[in-house]
Design a protein around this ligand. Structure first.
Ligand code: ARG
Length: 564
């Protein structure tokens, strides 16, 4: 960053202040190939000022530029290409990383503003799906990224613990349930009742009325309904928490849909006061035609509320509680319309802050190219995936490094980390197919590969013994092999920024793969520990790689063992 400013300043000076520093900064490019230099300035933007072709301007600028701090400055066509002074550039980058350590890349984009993140949000009495996994790990990574950019994220698990389906579940339990069976295996048993309910009610639609009546009772605070519901919720939550623990992810709030039960009257009243509610076949709706959206169904004929009613109450609650600068919802792209409706209704209610609500959608995980579906039995269970991944990691460690201390912990870090990393390296919106073997591979673009690169850097540092790099006078590095690594390292703060601005953890995951690749290539060509005047600089680079890889993985929610 500093270096880019150096380039920009040189241009500003050469043009005698015709352009502002910010203007030039925003125009400077990084050439695709580094044979064309480290930065390039396109002279197009000056052709109006000078009334000349950019091809003519570029060489004239080169004449005027003070070459201090650069290896070379040259004109190629309409571009002015800058080659940085590698030694001083690398010295600056490495010194900054060694001094800031894991704080490297920190920046103030958020001014400590609150950002609630609605994430994970599985449904009570159902298994957690791969979709919920995506929401959990994307949400968690966004929280870490936002924190690094000085926002204050608040991780909210908006549990699906309210709605007509609980009427169905209670009815099913009353008809066929056994307490003992539920205690033994809560989630699967409850799911079984729920699925059975759907089979039976196709022939006996009156069951639906019973179910609706139970949900109505639940909303009205009936004791039996409430106790059963509470029991189902407790059991489910116990189970969900065991998965979160495996993933190493926690939440600031478990306020799910039920939390808003006593806050929905206000929403309905507000909508009424603002004349937004219309009756449609006995139900209450908000018309959203002018947004090109279907009407939002706020209240059913029997007076019970809906998913969106609870989301309206939640949005209002979050605004009042957190006075947020942004409010994020990490939820699959199949709910895009729901969030459009949510924002539109809030807009209609006159809340300007509706513009600060962002749905962060993501694509589907498929298996064998097919969509996963609980109903059709094509389902991958998250707890199985995590356990299998850890087992596979154990096997690989037993083959590659049988004497490794802490084997079990490392296998956890690698197995779980592999699953998280695999999810995050795909751009959020892409669908991807899940294949466990591929996820846990030590080579290729996987989490274990990045973890392994970090461990390799750590092992070089162990071999080097106690070198006080922080206080060493670094000579800097100017060889081609290290240059790629140095450039990557200097890019990290910009990558953090991009990941935050695009809500895209994959930026960091891909970055960590690139850095690992350049580092491994470097290592294959260079004897780091040779005694010469650049040894400290090489070690400083290895230490910097270790720091930045570990920090990248941390931002993704993945541990980086020191040995593996
Ligand atoms: N429980 C919902 C589901 O599993 C996701 C909830 C997302 N959050 C929200 N505020 N609507 O589909």
């Amino acid at each position: 960053m500093e270096q880019k400013k150096l380039v920009a300043q040189a241009i500003v000076d050469a043009t005698g202040g015709q352009l502002s520093l910010d203007e030039v900064m925003s125009k400077i490019e990084v050439p695709k190939s580094y044979e064309l230099g480290d930065y390039a300035f396109p002279a197009f933007i000056l052709s109006k000022v000078y009334r000349k072709a950019p091809q003519q301007i570029a060489p004239e600028l080169v004449e005027k530029i003070d070459q201090d701090g650069f290896d070379k400055v040259e004109a190629v066509g309409p571009y002015v290409n800058f080659f940085l002074d590698k030694k001083s550039f690398s010295k600056n980058v490495l010194a900054a990383i060694l001094q800031k350590k894991e704080g490297y890349g920190q920046q103030d984009l958020g001014h400590a503003g609150n950002v609630p993140i609605d994430m994970s949000s599985p449904n009570i009495a159902k298994p957690m799906s791969m979709g919920h996994l995506r929401s959990t790990v994307i949400g968690n990574s966004l929280a870490e990224l936002l924190k690094k950019a000085n926002y204050n994220p608040i991780k909210i698990n908006h549990l699906g613990d309210w709605g007509t389906q609980f009427g169905k579940l209670i009815e099913a339990y009353k008809l066929w349930g056994s307490e003992e069976e539920v205690r033994k295996d809560p989630i699967n048993t409850l799911l079984k009742y729920y699925v059975h309910f759907h089979e039976v009610d196709e022939k006996q639609p009156e069951l639906d009325d019973e179910a609706r009546a139970w949900f109505k009772k639940l909303e009205d605070g009936d004791e039996e309904a409430t106790n059963l519901w509470q029991w189902f919720r407790d059991e489910s939550l116990k189970f969900f928490k065991s998965i979160y623990q495996k993933l190493g992810i926690d939440f600031d709030s478990y306020n799910g849909e039920s939390f808003y039960n006593d806050k929905m009257d206000e929403v309905v009243n507000l909508l009424e006061q603002k004349n937004l509610l219309q009756e449609s076949r006995g139900a209450e709706i908000v018309d959203l035609e002018k947004y090109g959206l279907n009407p939002a169904l706020i209240k059913k004929t029997d007076g019970t509320t809906l998913y969106i009613t609870r989301d309206l109450a939640a949005a209002l609650y979050r605004y009042r509680t957190y006075n947020f600068v942004q409010s994020l919802y990490v939820v699959g792209n199949e709910q895009t319309n729901h969030f459009k409706q949510l924002k539109a209704v809030l807009k209609e209610m006159g809340y300007e802050w509706a513009d600060d609500i962002h749905h962060i959608p993501f694509g589907l995980i498929t298996s064998g190219g097919k969509k996963l579906s609980t109903r059709k039995g094509n389902i991958i269970l998250l707890e199985d995936v995590l356990n299998d991944a850890v087992d596979l990691a154990k096997k690989q460690i037993a083959e590659k490094n049988p004497d490794l201390p802490n084997k079990d912990q490392v296998a956890e870090d690698v197995g779980v980390g592999a699953v998280i990393f695999h999810d995050l390296k795909n751009e959020r919106l892409n669908n991807f197919d899940f294949n466990l073997e591929e996820v846990v591979r030590f080579e290729g673009e996987t989490g274990p590969y990045v973890q392994y690169s970090h461990a390799r850097a750590m092992s070089i540092l162990r071999k080097a013994g106690n070198v006080d790099l922080e206080n060493a006078q670094l000579a800097g590095l100017n060889d081609e092999e290290s240059w790629e690594v140095i450039r990557q390292l200097s890019n990290f703060p910009a990558m953090v920024r991009r990941a935050v601005e695009e809500y895209e953890p994959s930026v960091i995951a891909k970055y960590s793969i690139h850095l690992s690749k350049s580092f491994n290539k470097y290592y294959a060509h260079t004897k780091v520990l040779t005694d010469d005047d650049q040894k400290d600089s090489r070690l400083a680079m290895v230490a910097s790689v270790a720091i930045v890889l570990k920090e990248s993985l941390r931002l993704l929610g993945v541990n980086a063992p020191n040995e593996m």
